[in-house]
Each structure stands twice: as structure tokens, then as C-alpha cells.
Design a protein around this ligand. Structure first.
Ligand code: IVH
Length: 685
């Protein structure tokens, strides 16, 4: 292909790919399969590496990121990015209406009500239909240029459609949808990193990442709400937004034209309730005067336009009395202070407790004994204390001081450099840590020994029958039969009796026996290694294939794995370095738990006619096989392994994370592609 043909093809592919991005991310109506989309993107990316002079900044290949911004340049806004004045009541909206009516000489006013997206404000500049710059609000007159990162946001058009002005700026809000936020925080928690407090912080943090390919993975999104430029051909705000929608921007449907305060109030009331059903956060509504002439007449104050106002929803809040602070010791030894409160109704539930998170939070609140505190339920499930009413404080009341000894075992607490949490270091003798580890081990996502609930475990622990997870596999029915104990259910405040009858005992022993079939990755998760959640355990299991290999790995081997950071590597090494843990694993192995990934080849070891003599190429990661295991299986069944694809290859066995180029090549050569399940079916048939 010569250069001019390449340019044509690059242009055509870019336009086509962007149209698919638009269909998927703006309209939510995809028209092609993910696979065909990936193929087009691949073709474009290959052409761009062959003809780098045509790898333009607005190419859809920029969506996956890759550019690193060491320091974001400070850029002055051509039109200052003002904020809006906030209101919290109908009265204040009426003031706004009267003020503006007065200035407009009582001509009729139409208001456009919009949602107030809770994210990060952004200003996008387009020249001749191309995105040339994305700048954050900063101090309103200058902000950070985050263009490389903004280009990864699929709903932000890189090239516009239709009849757009040569030059304009458009403002909007970059936000993280709930689904992406929850997923990100789950991974962060599993990796031992501090989760983001809310989607707004997550969006702000993501937009400021240096590596744009990381931003691309954060699944940010962007609504636009304000077009600015010189001599734009629109009479109203609404008209400008509808035009912007036509150019390819994501403009919300949730707007309403209102003529009166009561209509505005209706919109506010509707969204105050309905906001909980949206897939992203809003923190209020914005009311704008629609007519541009009227907007011009009203003008701006130093800080904000006079033609618009924000109404902020109230976070539901109440005041109550602090009874006392208690401390919970988790299975990893970390202490969480908990505020125990006089019960109070808040957002439909009775609140008795609020987490205080750590010592720093207590100090920041300057919390004193018996203080009257303001409790708020925001987006978070657990209510939090947002402030103290010091006017209600007794002079003699003492400051709350974080304890220095473990409330459960009396050990001196410790704190790691740079972390806010205090730890009890007495991991093998501190009861909640011991019980916590066993509870985690039997949990549904771990060994799933569900017949052993908290109450029963507590009894077995108190009777001295279990002190470590391996003790579970030594339990005998005659030890268990007849055990009886009453205990207080803290949650329900009721006295309960637990009896180990024959049926109960049999259920427990059956569940323990059944747990021996739990796959290695879950056993690894069940061990409760600090910072090793489900995802990390799965990665480690798949990478090493067995516990023996994992135990041999050095910290360096561990950090060499993409998903494993130094924190995880350190805790994994520390865990397996402990003689006590080595002994536990030895005992669990002897009990028959799975300490290697399930390798199906063990079921084969005979030649299979459907495989014999056939040529296979294996690529990617598999759930049921180690990397070498699948090749050995093929050989044992009489197949031949190839290290690359050729016209002689019969089957490509495709695992996770196989590169798309292999797939294309196999398809071109007419090779049958099997996924893991299809391969297993073939093997078993
Ligand atoms: S209009 C001159 N509309 O709320 C135009 N702002 O304090 C001013 N925001 O900084 C902005 N949703 O980050 C506008 N529908 C919306 C908005 C909105 C969220 C943010 C924006 C602004 C802040 C106002």
C-alpha cells in the first residue's frame, strides 16, 4: 500500500471507528460486534505504525492511551470557567427569579432545568471539528491540560459531525459511573490500596493519572452542558445543546423547560427522589435562563453568571449523642474505632453506630466524650459523623484518645510508617484475629463451609477444638455431638442457643469434606493472606499453578507479575516465610485440600482419536490448565503442539488474554478456533 492509499484507509477507518464509538458510548446502541470493532482498530493501529506520519492526535487509537504526561501544563481559559452560586431552598430560587425578573424588566423568562453532575468540570476546545485541548477548571482562570487523558474517554468526540462552528469551547462534567467506581474500589481493596471515598474523587484522581493507558481503563464518562464561543448562531441555550448533540456530544435527556417556580420545584423534587436510580452521582439541579439575549443582559458577577443557579440536594443529616467509642479488631489485626450513638432515625433506618475509620478522623473531629454529633448518610452505606456541636459540650468532658492496647488481648498496638491504622501484632493469640481468620476461611467465597456460622465457630473456639484453620479437618463427630451453648446475638440483642445435634454435626462434617474439592485459587484466597483478595489469589494461582511454586517465589518474582505490587508481594512472602503458616499448609495438604490448579490432563493419559495426529497451537491463559499442563494434555492425547500458526495447524486453542492478531491470522488461514470449554468437550468426547 502506498502512502496516499494508506492515508485514505486511515481516514476511512478512523471515521468508521469513531462512529461505532459514538453508537456505543453516546447512544448506547452498538451496531457491530466487539470482535469486528477490535479488528478495525487493529488494522488502523498497524497502518499507523507503518505510516507514523499519519498517526494523528485525533485518531481513535488514542482512546486506549499510552501517552505519558509527566507534568500537566497550566493553560489559561479563553472564557473563564465560572462556578454557580448554590442554593438550598425554594426561597432562594424565588429570590433568584425576582432578581432576574427585575433586571429583565418583567419580560417572559423560560428556564432550563438540568441535573447537576457530581464530577470534575472540563473545558474542551474544538478547532475545525477536532478536539485540540481539554483543560480542567483549576482556579477558573487557568487549569491543567489533560488532553491525552480526556481522549481516552469514549463519549468525548475526537472529530465532530455535521455543521459545527470552526472554533468553540464546550463545558461539561467528567464522571465515573457507579459500576466502574465499584469495580475500581473492589480491586483497590483487594490489592490493599485505599479505596476512593466517592465517584467524584475517583474521577478526579483518574483524570490526573500520568499514564493515559491507565485512564483508559477507568471507564470515565462525560456529559456536556454549556457551549461557548464568539458569534455562535444560537438564540437559546437549549438550541445550542441540541446542536451539540448533533455534532456527537453526549447531552443528557433529563432536562426540562420551566416557566414557573412550581415547575422548577417539581423537577427538583422528582430528581431528589429519583437520583438514587441513576447510574451516576448528581448532587443537585442547575437552573439556567434559556434565552441568550437575556443571559447577556444579566451578565456575570466576579464569580458566577447571573443567569444560572445551582440547587444542591441536602445530604440527610441528624444530631445525636455519642455514648462511647468502641474498637473492633479485624482478622488482620487492624483496629477500627466505632462511635456508639443514642439511636436516631436517619433516611429510613435507625442509626446506632457510625464508623470513625481511624485515629486521624477522631482527632480531626476533636471528638470529646458524650459529644453531640452530626451524623450524615451520603452516598455511603455506613453513616458518618460529619461534625460536632461544641455548644452542647460539657466543660469537663475529656477528649477521646485512641487506645494504645488491644481491647481484646492487651497487646501493645503498633502502627506502620505512613499508614493511619493501628494494628494488634498478636496475631496468633488475639481471639478476634484467630476467629476472624477462621470465619474468613469458611466464608462463601472461600471454602464455603456455610454450616459453620459465627456462633458455632465461636463455641468450637471456646471449647478449644479449633485454634487454626487446619484444626477444622481434625474435627470428629463424637467431639461435636451434644455441645450446647447459649450466646447473645449482638445484632438482634437476643439470647440464642446453639446445639450440636446429630444432623447438625453431620452437615458440618459433610461441608468440611466437600470443601476439599474447592479449587486452588479459592483455597489460596481462604488462607487470608493480607492484601490477597479473590482477584489477586486467582492471578497468583494461575501464574504459579501450585502452592509449592508460589512458596518458592521471591518477592522480586512476585512483583514481576503485572497485577502484583510491592505491598502484596511483601505480605505474600511474609506469610509463607512464617514457620507456623508453613506447618498449617502442610496439615491442610495432608487433609487433602487442593494446592494446585485443576489439571484436566490427569483424567486423560490415553490417546484420543479425535486429537491424535492433529496439530494444535495454544495461546492465552486458561482456567483449568496451567500453561504447560494444556500442552502436555494435548501430547498425551496424541496431538502435536506447534509454537506458531501455519496453514498446517488444525486447531488454535484460545485462552483469556490471547492477542487479537493470532485470532485474525487463524481466521485467515481457516484454522478452527476452540475456546477452553470447547477444547475440554473435544477431549472428553
Ligand atoms: S453550568 C457558565 N451545568 O457545577 C456555566 N454546571 O458550581 C457554568 N455542574 O463548575 C456551569 N452539572 O462543574 C453547569 N448541568 C450543569 C452542571 C454544572 C454540574 C458543575 C460544574 C460547575 C459547578 C457549579
Amino acid at each position: 500500500m502506498d502512502a496516499s492509499e494508506a492515508l485514505k484507509r486511515i481516514e476511512a477507518l478512523s471515521r468508521e471507528i469513531e462512529e461505532h464509538n459514538y453508537n456505543y458510548y453516546v447512544l448506547a446502541q452498538p451496531t457491530i460486534s466487539d470482535f469486528s470493532f477490535d479488528m478495525k482498530l487493529k488494522e488502523l493501529s498497524e497502518l499507523e505504525s507503518q505510516f507514523p506520519e499519519y498517526a494523528f492526535d485525533d485518531s481513535p487509537t488514542k482512546r486506549v492511551g499510552g501517552d505519558i504526561t509527566k507534568e500537566f501544563a497550566t493553560v489559561a481559559h479563553r472564557f473563564p470557567m465560572l462556578s454557580l452560586s448554590n442554593t438550598y431552598s425554594t426561597e432562594e430560587i424565588m429570590d433568584f427569579q425576582q432578581r432576574t425578573n427585575r433586571m429583565l424588566g418583567d419580560s417572559e423568562v423560560e428556564y432550563i432545568c438540568e441535573l447537576k453532575y457530581d464530577g470534575v468540570a472540563i473545558s474542551l476546545t474544538y478547532e475545525n471539528g477536532k478536539l485540540v485541548r481539554a483543560v480542567t477548571r483549576g482556579d477558573g482562570s487557568q487549569g491543567d491540560e489533560v488532553s491525552n487523558n480526556a481522549r481516552t474517554i469514549r463519549s468525548i468526540p475526537l472529530r465532530l459531525k455535521g455543521n459545527y462552528p470552526d472554533f468553540f469551547e464546550i463545558r461539561g462534567e467528567i464522571f465515573m459511573p457507579h459500576k466502574a467506581f465499584n469495580q475500581l474500589n473492589r480491586i483497590k481493596e483487594e490489592q490493599g490500596d485505599k479505596p476512593f471515598a466517592n465517584p467524584r474523587n475517583a474521577a478526579a484522581g483518574s483524570l490526573k493519572l500520568q499514564d493515559s493507558s491507565m485512564v483508559a481503563k477507568r471507564k470515565l464518562d462525560c456529559f456536556l452542558y454549556y457551549v461557548s464561543g464568539n458569534d455562535l448562531p444560537f438564540k437559546t441555550h437549549h438550541e445550542s445543546l441540541m446542536a451539540a448533540r448533533g455534532w456527537g456530544f453526549k447531552i443528557s435527556d433529563h432536562t426540562k423547560s420551566c416557566k414557573s417556580i412550581s415547575e422548577i420545584q417539581e423537577f427538583i423534587d422528582h430528581w431528589d427522589k429519583e437520583r438514587h436510580n441513576l447510574s451516576f452521582d448528581i448532587d443537585g439541579v442547575v437552573i439556567k435562563i434559556n434565552d441568550f439575549h437575556q443571559q447577556e443582559e444579566l451578565g456575570f458577577t466576579a464569580k458566577s453568571p447571573r443567569w444560572a443557579i445551582a440547587y444542591k440536594f441536602k445530604a440527610e443529616q441528624v444530631s445525636t449523642r455519642l455514648r462511647y467509642v468502641s474498637y473492633q479488631v479485624g482478622r488482620t489485626g487492624a483496629l477500627t474505632p466505632v462511635a456508639n450513638l443514642e439511636p436516631v432515625q436517619l433516611a429510613g433506618t435507625t442509626v446506632k453506630r457510625a464508623s470513625l475509620h481511624n485515629e486521624d478522623i477522631i482527632n480531626k473531629l476533636d471528638l470529646h466524650e458524650k459529644d453531640t454529633v452530626h451524623v450524615e448518610k451520603g452516598g455511603e452505606i455506613i453513616p458518618k459523623i460529619v461534625g460536632v456541636d461544641i455548644t452542647q459540650r460539657d466543660d469537663k468532658s475529656e477528649k477521646i484518645r485512641f487506645i494504645r492496647e488491644c481491647p481484646e488481648c492487651g497487646a501493645q498496638l503498633k502502627k506502620n510508617e505512613g499508614e493511619a491504622a493501628w494494628y494488634c501484632p498478636n496475631e496468633f493469640a488475639c481471639p478476634p484475629q484467630i476467629k476472624g481468620r477462621i470465619e474468613h476461611f469458611v466464608g462463601r467465597k472461600a471454602m464455603d463451609i456455610s454450616s459453620l456460622g459465627e456462633g458455632k465457630l465461636d463455641i468450637l473456639y471456646q471449647k478449644g477444638l479449633i485454634e487454626n484453620i487446619d484444626d477444622l479437618y481434625q474435627l470428629k463427630s463424637d467431639e461435636l455431638l451434644g455441645i450446647e451453648k447459649s450466646y447473645k446475638d449482638e445484632e438482634e440483642g437476643k439470647e440464642r442457643i446453639v446445639r450440636f445435634r446429630e444432623k447438625t454435626v453431620q452437615n458440618i462434617l459433610d461441608a468440611i469434606e466437600e470443601s476439599k474439592k474447592v479449587p486452588f485459587e479459592r483455597v489460596l484466597f481462604a488462607l487470608g493472606i493480607r492484601h490477597t483478595g479473590e482477584t489477586v489469589a486467582k492471578t497468583l494461582a494461575q501464574h504459579f499453578g501450585s502452592i509449592d511454586k508460589l512458596m518458592e517465589a521471591s518477592e522480586e518474582d512476585l512483583t514481576n507479575i503485572t497485577e502484583i505490587g510491592p505491598k502484596i508481594a511483601e505480605s505474600v512472602s511474609e506469610y509463607f516465610g512464617s514457620e507456623r503458616n508453613q506447618k498449617i499448609i502442610e496439615n491442610l495438604k495432608n487433609a487433602g485440600l487442593k494446592f494446585e490448579i485443576d489439571v484436566i490432563e490427569k483424567k486423560t493419559n490415553t490417546v484420543k482419536p479425535q486429537i491424535e495426529g492433529k496439530k494444535f497451537m495454544v495461546s492465552g491463559i486458561f482456567q483449568n490448565f496451567s500453561r504447560n499442563g494444556i500442552k502436555e494434555t494435548i501430547e498425551e492425547a496424541g496431538g502435536i503442539n506447534q509454537s506458531s500458526l501455519s496453514s498446517k495447524t488444525d486447531f488454535l486453542v484460545a485462552g483469556d488474554k490471547m492477542g487479537p492478531s493470532k485470532k485474525t491470522k487463524a481466521e485467515k488461514l481457516g484454522i478452527t478456533i476452540l475456546d477452553e470449554n470447547e477444547f475440554i468437550n473435544m477431549l472428553e468426547n
